[in-house]
Design a protein around this ligand. Structure first.
Ligand code: F0G
Length: 457
Protein backbone atom coordinates (compact mmCIF):
# COMPACT_ATOMS: atom_id res chain seq x y z
CA UNK A 1 0.00 0.00 0.00
CA UNK A 2 1.28 3.46 -0.90
CA UNK A 3 1.68 5.37 2.33
CA UNK A 4 -0.22 8.64 2.61
CA UNK A 5 1.63 11.93 2.90
CA UNK A 6 2.37 13.19 6.38
CA UNK A 7 3.76 16.54 7.45
CA UNK A 8 7.54 16.84 7.08
CA UNK A 9 7.84 18.66 10.42
CA UNK A 10 6.85 18.35 14.04
CA UNK A 11 5.72 21.12 16.41
CA UNK A 12 8.12 22.72 18.90
CA UNK A 13 6.16 25.81 19.96
CA UNK A 14 2.45 26.59 20.00
CA UNK A 15 0.23 29.67 20.20
CA UNK A 16 -3.16 29.64 21.91
CA UNK A 17 -6.22 30.53 19.87
CA UNK A 18 -9.71 30.97 21.25
CA UNK A 19 -13.20 29.98 20.30
CA UNK A 20 -16.10 32.39 20.67
CA UNK A 21 -19.89 32.23 20.53
CA UNK A 22 -22.09 33.08 17.58
CA UNK A 23 -23.63 35.97 19.57
CA UNK A 24 -20.18 37.46 20.20
CA UNK A 25 -19.27 37.16 16.54
CA UNK A 26 -22.52 38.79 15.40
CA UNK A 27 -21.60 41.84 17.52
CA UNK A 28 -17.94 41.90 16.51
CA UNK A 29 -18.64 41.74 12.78
CA UNK A 30 -21.26 44.49 13.06
CA UNK A 31 -18.72 46.67 14.92
CA UNK A 32 -16.22 45.84 12.16
CA UNK A 33 -18.68 47.25 9.57
CA UNK A 34 -18.87 43.85 7.87
CA UNK A 35 -15.24 44.17 6.83
CA UNK A 36 -13.14 41.18 7.95
CA UNK A 37 -9.95 43.29 7.86
CA UNK A 38 -11.41 45.36 10.71
CA UNK A 39 -11.72 42.40 13.10
CA UNK A 40 -9.30 41.96 15.98
CA UNK A 41 -7.34 38.74 15.38
CA UNK A 42 -8.30 37.52 18.87
CA UNK A 43 -11.89 37.44 17.64
CA UNK A 44 -10.94 34.93 14.94
CA UNK A 45 -10.60 31.20 15.65
CA UNK A 46 -9.11 29.88 12.39
CA UNK A 47 -7.58 32.67 10.37
CA UNK A 48 -7.50 31.95 6.64
CA UNK A 49 -7.45 35.61 5.61
CA UNK A 50 -4.08 35.12 3.97
CA UNK A 51 -1.06 32.86 3.69
CA UNK A 52 1.10 35.99 3.54
CA UNK A 53 3.48 36.47 6.46
CA UNK A 54 1.38 34.11 8.58
CA UNK A 55 3.46 30.94 8.23
CA UNK A 56 5.60 29.36 10.95
CA UNK A 57 9.35 29.68 10.62
CA UNK A 58 11.53 26.65 11.25
CA UNK A 59 14.04 26.21 14.08
CA UNK A 60 16.78 26.79 11.48
CA UNK A 61 15.21 30.09 10.44
CA UNK A 62 14.95 31.20 14.09
CA UNK A 63 18.61 30.26 14.57
CA UNK A 64 19.49 32.45 11.62
CA UNK A 65 17.62 35.34 13.30
CA UNK A 66 20.13 35.20 16.15
CA UNK A 67 23.17 35.68 13.94
CA UNK A 68 21.88 38.47 11.71
CA UNK A 69 24.37 41.22 10.89
CA UNK A 70 22.75 44.61 11.51
CA UNK A 71 25.45 46.73 9.86
CA UNK A 72 23.96 49.59 7.88
CA UNK A 73 26.00 48.81 4.77
CA UNK A 74 27.56 45.61 3.45
CA UNK A 75 26.14 43.31 6.15
CA UNK A 76 27.01 39.61 5.89
CA UNK A 77 23.24 38.96 5.98
CA UNK A 78 22.90 40.87 2.72
CA UNK A 79 25.55 38.66 1.10
CA UNK A 80 23.94 35.52 2.50
CA UNK A 81 20.67 36.53 0.85
CA UNK A 82 22.40 37.63 -2.35
CA UNK A 83 24.04 34.19 -2.62
CA UNK A 84 20.75 32.37 -1.99
CA UNK A 85 19.00 34.42 -4.68
CA UNK A 86 21.80 33.77 -7.17
CA UNK A 87 21.92 30.05 -6.35
CA UNK A 88 18.20 29.35 -6.36
CA UNK A 89 16.76 31.95 -8.73
CA UNK A 90 19.78 32.80 -10.88
CA UNK A 91 19.71 36.62 -10.64
CA UNK A 92 23.00 38.52 -10.43
CA UNK A 93 21.45 41.69 -9.09
CA UNK A 94 18.92 42.12 -6.33
CA UNK A 95 17.44 44.79 -4.07
CA UNK A 96 15.84 43.98 -0.72
CA UNK A 97 12.47 45.62 0.03
CA UNK A 98 10.13 45.43 2.99
CA UNK A 99 7.52 43.37 1.10
CA UNK A 100 6.22 42.47 -2.36
CA UNK A 101 4.31 45.67 -3.13
CA UNK A 102 7.40 47.69 -2.19
CA UNK A 103 9.34 45.71 -4.80
CA UNK A 104 6.60 46.60 -7.30
CA UNK A 105 6.75 50.26 -6.28
CA UNK A 106 10.52 50.46 -6.79
CA UNK A 107 10.65 48.50 -10.05
CA UNK A 108 7.60 50.16 -11.59
CA UNK A 109 9.02 53.59 -10.73
CA UNK A 110 11.64 52.76 -13.36
CA UNK A 111 9.55 50.80 -15.84
CA UNK A 112 5.97 52.17 -15.88
CA UNK A 113 5.00 55.48 -17.51
CA UNK A 114 1.60 57.16 -17.94
CA UNK A 115 -0.42 55.57 -20.74
CA UNK A 116 1.54 52.29 -20.73
CA UNK A 117 -0.18 48.94 -21.15
CA UNK A 118 1.09 45.92 -19.19
CA UNK A 119 -0.25 42.53 -20.26
CA UNK A 120 0.07 39.30 -18.28
CA UNK A 121 -1.95 36.66 -16.47
CA UNK A 122 -4.24 38.03 -13.73
CA UNK A 123 -2.28 40.85 -12.05
CA UNK A 124 -2.45 40.77 -8.28
CA UNK A 125 -4.32 43.74 -6.77
CA UNK A 126 -1.20 45.57 -5.54
CA UNK A 127 0.43 45.04 -8.95
CA UNK A 128 -2.63 46.46 -10.65
CA UNK A 129 -2.79 49.24 -8.05
CA UNK A 130 0.82 50.29 -8.74
CA UNK A 131 0.17 50.24 -12.48
CA UNK A 132 -3.07 52.24 -12.27
CA UNK A 133 -1.55 54.69 -9.76
CA UNK A 134 0.89 55.58 -12.55
CA UNK A 135 -2.03 56.10 -14.97
CA UNK A 136 -1.14 52.97 -16.91
CA UNK A 137 -3.33 49.93 -17.62
CA UNK A 138 -3.05 46.20 -16.99
CA UNK A 139 -4.55 43.71 -19.43
CA UNK A 140 -5.44 40.25 -18.15
CA UNK A 141 -4.66 37.64 -20.84
CA UNK A 142 -5.33 34.55 -18.67
CA UNK A 143 -6.84 31.57 -20.51
CA UNK A 144 -10.66 31.48 -20.50
CA UNK A 145 -10.74 28.10 -18.74
CA UNK A 146 -9.57 29.86 -15.55
CA UNK A 147 -12.89 31.66 -15.27
CA UNK A 148 -15.00 28.49 -15.21
CA UNK A 149 -14.53 26.83 -11.82
CA UNK A 150 -15.90 23.52 -13.10
CA UNK A 151 -13.21 22.95 -15.74
CA UNK A 152 -10.36 20.80 -14.44
CA UNK A 153 -7.41 22.29 -16.38
CA UNK A 154 -3.96 21.55 -14.86
CA UNK A 155 -2.53 25.03 -15.60
CA UNK A 156 -5.30 27.57 -15.19
CA UNK A 157 -2.67 30.23 -14.47
CA UNK A 158 -1.50 30.20 -18.11
CA UNK A 159 -1.86 33.13 -20.46
CA UNK A 160 -3.63 32.80 -23.77
CA UNK A 161 -0.81 33.53 -26.23
CA UNK A 162 -3.15 34.90 -28.87
CA UNK A 163 -4.62 37.44 -26.43
CA UNK A 164 -1.09 38.38 -25.36
CA UNK A 165 0.17 38.77 -28.92
CA UNK A 166 -2.81 40.96 -29.79
CA UNK A 167 -1.93 43.36 -26.96
CA UNK A 168 1.71 43.41 -28.09
CA UNK A 169 0.66 44.12 -31.69
CA UNK A 170 -1.86 46.78 -30.77
CA UNK A 171 0.15 48.69 -28.16
CA UNK A 172 3.69 48.12 -29.50
CA UNK A 173 6.11 50.60 -27.90
CA UNK A 174 3.60 51.39 -25.21
CA UNK A 175 4.19 48.01 -23.58
CA UNK A 176 7.15 48.33 -21.18
CA UNK A 177 7.09 44.67 -20.10
CA UNK A 178 5.03 41.50 -19.79
CA UNK A 179 4.27 40.27 -16.28
CA UNK A 180 3.59 36.68 -15.23
CA UNK A 181 2.23 35.91 -11.77
CA UNK A 182 3.36 32.48 -10.57
CA UNK A 183 1.18 31.02 -9.23
CA UNK A 184 -1.76 33.03 -10.50
CA UNK A 185 -3.32 34.10 -7.20
CA UNK A 186 -6.48 35.79 -8.41
CA UNK A 187 -7.39 32.92 -10.74
CA UNK A 188 -7.37 30.63 -7.71
CA UNK A 189 -3.72 29.93 -6.83
CA UNK A 190 -3.42 28.25 -10.21
CA UNK A 191 -0.03 27.37 -11.71
CA UNK A 192 1.53 28.37 -15.03
CA UNK A 193 3.15 25.56 -17.02
CA UNK A 194 6.82 25.75 -17.94
CA UNK A 195 5.73 25.35 -21.56
CA UNK A 196 3.58 28.47 -21.27
CA UNK A 197 6.39 30.43 -19.57
CA UNK A 198 8.73 29.46 -22.41
CA UNK A 199 6.16 30.48 -25.02
CA UNK A 200 5.69 33.84 -23.31
CA UNK A 201 9.47 34.28 -23.36
CA UNK A 202 9.54 33.53 -27.11
CA UNK A 203 6.77 36.09 -27.75
CA UNK A 204 8.59 38.65 -25.63
CA UNK A 205 11.76 38.08 -27.68
CA UNK A 206 9.79 38.43 -30.92
CA UNK A 207 8.49 41.84 -29.80
CA UNK A 208 11.67 42.82 -27.96
CA UNK A 209 10.03 43.06 -24.54
CA UNK A 210 11.30 42.23 -21.09
CA UNK A 211 9.45 39.76 -18.85
CA UNK A 212 8.90 40.31 -15.11
CA UNK A 213 7.74 37.46 -12.88
CA UNK A 214 5.62 38.22 -9.83
CA UNK A 215 7.14 35.33 -7.91
CA UNK A 216 5.34 35.26 -4.54
CA UNK A 217 4.44 31.56 -4.92
CA UNK A 218 7.06 30.40 -7.41
CA UNK A 219 7.92 27.25 -5.41
CA UNK A 220 4.32 26.07 -5.32
CA UNK A 221 4.23 26.69 -9.07
CA UNK A 222 7.34 24.51 -9.44
CA UNK A 223 5.66 21.74 -7.40
CA UNK A 224 2.70 21.74 -9.80
CA UNK A 225 5.05 21.64 -12.80
CA UNK A 226 6.76 18.59 -11.30
CA UNK A 227 3.51 16.80 -10.49
CA UNK A 228 1.43 17.80 -13.54
CA UNK A 229 3.78 18.48 -16.46
CA UNK A 230 5.00 15.07 -17.63
CA UNK A 231 8.25 16.32 -19.17
CA UNK A 232 9.57 17.63 -15.85
CA UNK A 233 8.47 14.90 -13.42
CA UNK A 234 12.00 13.63 -12.81
CA UNK A 235 13.54 17.03 -12.14
CA UNK A 236 14.03 18.29 -8.59
CA UNK A 237 12.10 21.38 -7.45
CA UNK A 238 15.34 23.38 -7.47
CA UNK A 239 16.07 22.31 -11.08
CA UNK A 240 12.56 23.30 -12.13
CA UNK A 241 12.92 26.66 -10.37
CA UNK A 242 16.09 27.27 -12.39
CA UNK A 243 14.21 26.45 -15.60
CA UNK A 244 11.34 28.76 -14.62
CA UNK A 245 13.50 31.81 -14.00
CA UNK A 246 15.55 31.38 -17.18
CA UNK A 247 12.49 32.94 -18.82
CA UNK A 248 12.48 36.16 -16.77
CA UNK A 249 14.51 39.37 -17.03
CA UNK A 250 13.43 40.50 -13.60
CA UNK A 251 11.27 39.35 -10.70
CA UNK A 252 9.42 40.90 -7.80
CA UNK A 253 9.04 38.82 -4.68
CA UNK A 254 6.81 38.90 -1.66
CA UNK A 255 8.93 36.73 0.63
CA UNK A 256 5.99 36.39 3.00
CA UNK A 257 4.66 33.47 0.97
CA UNK A 258 6.99 30.80 -0.42
CA UNK A 259 10.07 32.00 1.47
CA UNK A 260 8.13 31.48 4.73
CA UNK A 261 9.08 34.67 6.56
CA UNK A 262 6.75 37.09 8.30
CA UNK A 263 7.96 40.18 6.45
CA UNK A 264 10.23 40.87 3.49
CA UNK A 265 10.57 41.10 -0.25
CA UNK A 266 13.04 41.77 -3.03
CA UNK A 267 13.59 42.49 -6.70
CA UNK A 268 15.80 40.19 -8.79
CA UNK A 269 17.33 41.57 -12.00
CA UNK A 270 19.70 40.49 -14.76
CA UNK A 271 20.50 43.96 -16.10
CA UNK A 272 23.04 46.12 -14.30
CA UNK A 273 21.45 49.21 -15.82
CA UNK A 274 18.01 48.31 -14.45
CA UNK A 275 19.58 47.56 -11.07
CA UNK A 276 21.27 50.97 -11.02
CA UNK A 277 18.10 52.80 -11.97
CA UNK A 278 16.01 50.87 -9.44
CA UNK A 279 18.63 51.47 -6.72
CA UNK A 280 17.81 55.19 -6.74
CA UNK A 281 14.16 54.48 -5.93
CA UNK A 282 15.10 51.76 -3.45
CA UNK A 283 17.19 54.22 -1.47
CA UNK A 284 14.39 56.78 -1.60
CA UNK A 285 11.51 54.49 -0.64
CA UNK A 286 13.02 51.52 1.19
CA UNK A 287 16.55 52.00 2.53
CA UNK A 288 20.16 51.58 1.49
CA UNK A 289 20.66 48.95 -1.22
CA UNK A 290 22.18 46.36 1.13
CA UNK A 291 19.17 46.26 3.44
CA UNK A 292 16.20 47.85 1.66
CA UNK A 293 13.33 47.54 4.08
CA UNK A 294 14.79 44.61 5.99
CA UNK A 295 16.88 44.05 9.09
CA UNK A 296 19.91 41.75 8.88
CA UNK A 297 18.25 38.99 10.90
CA UNK A 298 15.25 39.04 8.59
CA UNK A 299 17.49 38.71 5.52
CA UNK A 300 19.15 35.69 7.18
CA UNK A 301 15.81 33.99 7.87
CA UNK A 302 14.71 34.75 4.32
CA UNK A 303 17.83 33.17 2.81
CA UNK A 304 17.20 30.04 4.87
CA UNK A 305 13.50 30.15 3.90
CA UNK A 306 14.38 30.16 0.20
CA UNK A 307 16.34 26.93 0.61
CA UNK A 308 13.64 25.26 2.73
CA UNK A 309 10.74 26.53 0.65
CA UNK A 310 12.12 24.83 -2.45
CA UNK A 311 12.31 21.36 -0.87
CA UNK A 312 9.86 18.82 -2.26
CA UNK A 313 8.75 17.53 1.17
CA UNK A 314 8.00 21.01 2.47
CA UNK A 315 5.88 21.77 -0.59
CA UNK A 316 4.13 18.41 -0.54
CA UNK A 317 3.05 18.86 3.11
CA UNK A 318 1.72 22.28 2.28
CA UNK A 319 -0.10 21.59 -0.96
CA UNK A 320 -1.57 18.31 0.30
CA UNK A 321 -3.03 20.15 3.31
CA UNK A 322 -4.72 22.63 0.99
CA UNK A 323 -6.07 19.70 -1.04
CA UNK A 324 -7.28 18.04 2.19
CA UNK A 325 -9.50 21.04 2.87
CA UNK A 326 -10.60 21.10 -0.78
CA UNK A 327 -11.68 17.45 -0.69
CA UNK A 328 -13.63 17.96 2.55
CA UNK A 329 -15.51 20.90 1.04
CA UNK A 330 -16.33 18.88 -2.06
CA UNK A 331 -17.71 16.13 0.22
CA UNK A 332 -20.14 18.72 1.62
CA UNK A 333 -21.19 19.52 -1.96
CA UNK A 334 -19.62 22.99 -1.85
CA UNK A 335 -18.61 24.41 -5.26
CA UNK A 336 -14.89 25.26 -5.37
CA UNK A 337 -12.37 26.19 -8.05
CA UNK A 338 -11.04 23.00 -9.66
CA UNK A 339 -8.32 21.90 -9.50
CA UNK A 340 -7.47 23.01 -5.94
CA UNK A 341 -5.03 25.91 -5.70
CA UNK A 342 -1.55 25.85 -4.22
CA UNK A 343 -2.07 28.18 -1.29
CA UNK A 344 -5.83 28.32 -0.93
CA UNK A 345 -9.21 26.88 -1.73
CA UNK A 346 -11.40 29.27 -3.68
CA UNK A 347 -15.11 28.81 -3.07
CA UNK A 348 -17.34 29.76 -6.01
CA UNK A 349 -19.71 32.17 -4.27
CA UNK A 350 -21.99 32.66 -7.30
CA UNK A 351 -22.72 28.95 -7.39
CA UNK A 352 -22.98 28.82 -3.57
CA UNK A 353 -25.50 31.71 -3.42
CA UNK A 354 -27.07 31.74 -6.91
CA UNK A 355 -30.00 33.93 -5.90
CA UNK A 356 -28.02 36.95 -4.71
CA UNK A 357 -27.64 39.72 -7.32
CA UNK A 358 -24.06 40.76 -8.20
CA UNK A 359 -24.70 44.25 -6.79
CA UNK A 360 -24.95 42.77 -3.28
CA UNK A 361 -21.31 41.60 -2.97
CA UNK A 362 -21.90 37.86 -3.12
CA UNK A 363 -18.47 36.61 -2.05
CA UNK A 364 -18.22 39.16 0.77
CA UNK A 365 -21.65 38.07 2.01
CA UNK A 366 -20.46 34.46 2.07
CA UNK A 367 -17.23 35.41 3.87
CA UNK A 368 -19.24 37.17 6.58
CA UNK A 369 -21.59 34.19 6.96
CA UNK A 370 -18.63 31.83 7.42
CA UNK A 371 -17.18 34.09 10.10
CA UNK A 372 -20.47 34.25 11.96
CA UNK A 373 -20.90 30.47 11.68
CA UNK A 374 -17.52 29.36 12.99
CA UNK A 375 -15.15 32.26 13.64
CA UNK A 376 -13.30 31.37 10.43
CA UNK A 377 -11.89 34.35 8.50
CA UNK A 378 -11.49 34.05 4.73
CA UNK A 379 -11.28 36.85 2.20
CA UNK A 380 -13.36 38.10 -0.70
CA UNK A 381 -11.87 37.93 -4.20
CA UNK A 382 -14.75 39.48 -6.07
CA UNK A 383 -16.45 42.79 -6.75
CA UNK A 384 -15.04 44.58 -3.69
CA UNK A 385 -11.49 43.67 -4.70
CA UNK A 386 -12.09 44.40 -8.39
CA UNK A 387 -12.85 48.00 -7.36
CA UNK A 388 -14.24 50.72 -9.61
CA UNK A 389 -12.93 51.56 -13.06
CA UNK A 390 -10.44 54.40 -12.40
CA UNK A 391 -11.87 56.50 -15.26
CA UNK A 392 -15.63 55.88 -15.19
CA UNK A 393 -15.78 55.10 -11.42
CA UNK A 394 -18.30 52.38 -12.26
CA UNK A 395 -18.09 49.12 -10.28
CA UNK A 396 -16.20 46.41 -12.15
CA UNK A 397 -17.91 43.04 -11.90
CA UNK A 398 -15.37 40.22 -12.30
CA UNK A 399 -16.28 36.94 -13.94
CA UNK A 400 -15.77 35.09 -10.68
CA UNK A 401 -16.98 35.87 -7.17
CA UNK A 402 -14.69 33.87 -4.91
CA UNK A 403 -14.28 33.32 -1.20
CA UNK A 404 -10.60 32.51 -0.68
CA UNK A 405 -9.58 30.30 2.21
CA UNK A 406 -5.81 30.78 2.28
CA UNK A 407 -3.85 28.42 4.47
CA UNK A 408 -0.80 29.69 6.37
CA UNK A 409 2.26 27.46 5.94
CA UNK A 410 3.02 24.96 8.73
CA UNK A 411 0.52 26.63 11.08
CA UNK A 412 -2.78 24.75 11.35
CA UNK A 413 -3.46 21.02 11.58
CA UNK A 414 -5.83 18.97 9.48
CA UNK A 415 -8.23 19.06 12.44
CA UNK A 416 -8.55 22.76 11.84
CA UNK A 417 -9.29 22.01 8.19
CA UNK A 418 -12.07 19.60 9.23
CA UNK A 419 -13.49 22.33 11.45
CA UNK A 420 -13.42 24.92 8.64
CA UNK A 421 -15.11 22.49 6.25
CA UNK A 422 -17.85 21.71 8.80
CA UNK A 423 -18.48 25.42 9.41
CA UNK A 424 -18.82 26.14 5.70
CA UNK A 425 -20.90 22.96 5.36
CA UNK A 426 -23.36 24.43 7.89
CA UNK A 427 -23.59 27.66 5.89
CA UNK A 428 -24.18 25.60 2.75
CA UNK A 429 -27.01 23.70 4.47
CA UNK A 430 -28.78 27.00 5.24
CA UNK A 431 -27.83 28.81 2.02
CA UNK A 432 -31.46 29.30 0.94
CA UNK A 433 -32.09 31.38 4.06
CA UNK A 434 -29.46 33.92 2.93
CA UNK A 435 -31.69 36.21 0.91
CA UNK A 436 -29.87 39.54 1.17
CA UNK A 437 -26.30 40.66 0.72
CA UNK A 438 -24.42 43.82 1.65
CA UNK A 439 -24.12 47.43 0.54
CA UNK A 440 -21.19 49.85 0.77
CA UNK A 441 -21.48 52.70 3.27
CA UNK A 442 -18.05 54.26 2.62
CA UNK A 443 -14.98 53.39 0.55
CA UNK A 444 -11.47 54.63 -0.33
CA UNK A 445 -10.66 55.78 -3.89
CA UNK A 446 -8.20 52.90 -4.50
CA UNK A 447 -7.85 49.39 -2.96
CA UNK A 448 -11.12 49.93 -1.15
CA UNK A 449 -11.49 46.38 0.14
CA UNK A 450 -9.04 46.95 3.00
CA UNK A 451 -10.98 49.78 4.63
CA UNK A 452 -14.48 49.58 3.17
CA UNK A 453 -17.42 50.01 5.53
CA UNK A 454 -20.53 47.98 4.74
CA UNK A 455 -23.97 47.27 6.07
CA UNK A 456 -26.55 44.54 5.68
CA UNK A 457 -29.30 45.16 3.14
N1 F0G B 1 1.92 39.45 -5.75
C1 F0G B 1 1.11 38.45 -5.38
C2 F0G B 1 0.81 37.34 -6.35
C3 F0G B 1 0.55 38.44 -4.11
O1 F0G B 1 -0.27 37.45 -3.77
C4 F0G B 1 0.86 39.49 -3.21
C5 F0G B 1 0.29 39.54 -1.88
C6 F0G B 1 1.73 40.51 -3.64
C7 F0G B 1 2.24 40.45 -4.92
C8 F0G B 1 2.10 41.66 -2.74
O2 F0G B 1 2.98 41.26 -1.76
O3 F0G B 1 1.75 41.59 0.39
O4 F0G B 1 4.22 41.30 0.33
O5 F0G B 1 3.18 43.38 -0.48
N2 F0G B 1 -0.66 38.81 -1.53
C9 F0G B 1 -1.23 38.69 -0.22
C10 F0G B 1 -2.40 37.76 -0.30
C11 F0G B 1 -1.51 39.98 0.47
O6 F0G B 1 -3.14 37.68 0.69
O7 F0G B 1 -2.59 37.08 -1.33
P1 F0G B 1 3.02 41.92 -0.30
Amino acid sequence: MKLPYAESYKIKMIERIHRSTKEERLNWIKEAKYNLFNLKSEHVFVDLLTDSGTGSMSDKQWSEMMIGDESYAGASSYYKLKNAIKEILGFDYFLPTHQGRAAENVLFSVLVKEGNVIPGNSHFDTTKGHIEFRKAKSVDCTIDEAFDTTINHPFKGNVNLEKLENVLKEHKDNVPFITMTITNNNAGGQPVSLKNLREVRALADKYNKIVVFDSARFAENAYFIKTREEEFKDMSIKEIVTEIFKNADAMTMSSKKDAIVNMGGFIGMRSKKLFQEASVFNIMFEGFITYGGMSGRDMNALAQGLYEGTEFDVLESRIEQVAFLGKKLVEYGIPVQQPFGGHAIFVDAKRFLPNLPKEEYIAQTLAIELYIEGGVRGVEIGTLLADRDPETRINRYPKLELLRLAIPRRTYTNNHMEYVAAALGNVYARRNEIKHGLKIVSEAPIMRHFTVEMDKI
